[in-house]
Design a protein around this ligand. Structure first.
Ligand SMILES: Nc1ncnc2c1ncn2[C@@H]1O[C@H](COP(=O)(O)OP(=O)(O)O)[C@@H](O)[C@H]1O
Ligand SMILES: [Mg+2]
Length: 156
């Protein structure tokens, strides 16, 4: 099944629905073209998961951003600028990704070989209209298996 979001507002609302189903220790990879809305989806997820409108910004330079509110935490990662596991490990990657007390959301996981966490699901995002990417509706698909997949699958 595929979810279709026609505007930034719809993407944020979809993220809010996801956020209310997520628990500490959950890991989600967000996969899709630059500018497709991965970071904006994190913004929506953070609103309901943290029950606060925190400032979500792209971790492309910091690699890992941490957002905290109401006793809950999110590690938001962006591996776009990295290419080796050694570089990634020097950022404290495994401590963040295996943190049982935080929700973990990763952009560009596919960029670094052998960086896959033990258990995670992937949300694949694509453009419906290839000729006008900016204005195109975004399509969301859930990939993976296990407990987290089962908890989210009826939203897709
Ligand atoms: N349906 C949509 N969903 C998400 N973002 C959208 C949508 N339509 C337009 N946008 C715009 O696309 C951009 C997505 O940026 P961002 O979330 O930083 O992308 P990414 O993290 O995937 O590189 C934002 O400027 C947002 O306003
Ligand atoms: Mg991003």
């Amino acid at each position: 099944m595929t979810i279709r979001c026609c505007s930034l507002e719809e993407t944020i609302q979809f993220g809010e629905k996801l956020g209310s189903r997520l628990h500490p220790g959950d890991v989600i990879a967000l996969r899709g073209h630059l500018g497709i809305g991965k970071t904006q989806l994190v913004h929506g997820i953070a609103k309901t998961y943290l029950e606060a409108d925190v400032h979500v910004c792209s971790p492309s330079f910091t690699i890992i951003n941490r957002y905290e509110a109401n006793g809950k935490a999110i590690h938001h990662l962006d591996l776009y600028r990295l290419s080796t596991l050694e570089e990634l490990e020097s950022t404290g990657y495994w401590d963040a990704v295996e943190d049982p007390d935080a929700l973990v959301l990763i952009e560009w996981l596919e960029q670094v070989d052998r960086a896959e966490p033990l258990e995670f699901v992937t949300i694949d995002i694509s453009f419906e209209n290839q000729t006008d990417l900016t204005a195109s509706p975004r399509l969301y698909e859930l990939q993976g298996s296990g407990d987290l997949h089962d908890r989210l699958k009826d939203l897709f």
